[in-house]
Write a protein that binds this ligand. Structure first.
Ligand SMILES: [Zn+2]
Ligand SMILES: [Zn+2]
Length: 260
């Protein structure tokens, strides 16, 4: 079985400090490739993510700015990210960026401003955008349509059925990535949405070190655990785990432009 963890934060100390072991445990569980997200601690997170991707052959990275930080980062950071990292050979995506109205750590207008900036960057570079959206279904879809972006991933999808269907319509043609939340007992509706996503548009991720799936819920998460997320969706679809994982694996290669 081959798995691709499309979204991990390997630069966070819990994972970074034991990275060799983390990657070895992932490999044991069939996780052959990982994209680490360099967007969650401003500029330094991007620097660290690139360093990890340079060090390990089977790790790639994305660059950007998390919506939580949109109020703290000025244009200088954006320009630095664009200038220093966007052409790097291991950068396969832009993000995570987007809108988070649940935590509301940054003013909505700032979030929207930087969301648009990174969408435009992804278009200029022709790299997929990785979107973080929480309690912001309508604004996210509206902005995506206004910016005319047709290449990307809605990560850790927790939106409505309406949002899911908008995303995989040909007008947007997005990929939807599901995290360990689909394994939680109280997330039956989300699992149903995941099972309704076309098989050529679905991805799996850990979002580690957060959101450990059942049976590790409440503990720190790591890429090896993406296995449980794939197993939950495969079972929900009545599909053999190997077959499902292969589809998700191939989808990840297609969206990131990587060779199989
Ligand atoms: Zn996120
Ligand atoms: Zn994330």
């Amino acid at each position: 079985m081959r798995l691709f963890d499309t979204h991990a934060h390997l630069d966070f100390p819990f994972l970074r400090d034991q990275i060799e072991d983390v990657l070895a445990r992932a490999k044991e569980k069939g996780v052959e490739k990982i994209v680490t997200i360099g967007a969650s601690r401003g500029l330094q997170s991007n620097i660290d993510a690139i360093a990890i991707a340079e060090e390990f052959e089977n790790v790639w990275c994305s660059i950007g700015l998390h919506p939580h930080d949109a109020g703290k980062c000025d244009m200088e950071v954006y320009e630095e990210i664009e200038k220093r990292f966007s052409k790097h050979e291991k950068v396969v995506a832009i993000g995570e960026t987007g809108l988070d109205y649940f935590y509301d750590h940054a003013p909505k207008e700032e979030q929207k401003f930087y969301f648009r900036k990174y969408l435009q960057l992804s278009k200029t570079l022709d790299k997929p955008i990785i979107i973080h959206a929480r309690d912001a279904d309508e604004d996210t879809i509206t902005i995506l349509k206004e910016e005319g972006v047709r290449k990307g991933i809605l990560h850790c999808f927790t939106g409505s059925k309406w949002m899911a269907e908008e995303l995989f319509k040909p007008e947007l043609d997005f990929y939807l990535s599901f995290s360990g939340i689909v394994t939680f007992k109280n997330a039956k509706d989300l699992l149903d949405i995941a099972c309704g996503v076309p098989i050529d548009r679905i991805l799996v991720e850990t979002d580690s070190p957060y959101l450990a799936p059942t049976p590790h819920r409440g503990k720190k998460n790591e890429p090896a655990f993406v296995y449980h997320t794939a197993a939950a969706i495969a079972a929900g679809k009545g599909m053999d785990l190997d077959t499902f994982s292969n589809h998700a694996y191939e989808n990840a290669h297609r969206v990131f432009g990587l060779e199989l």
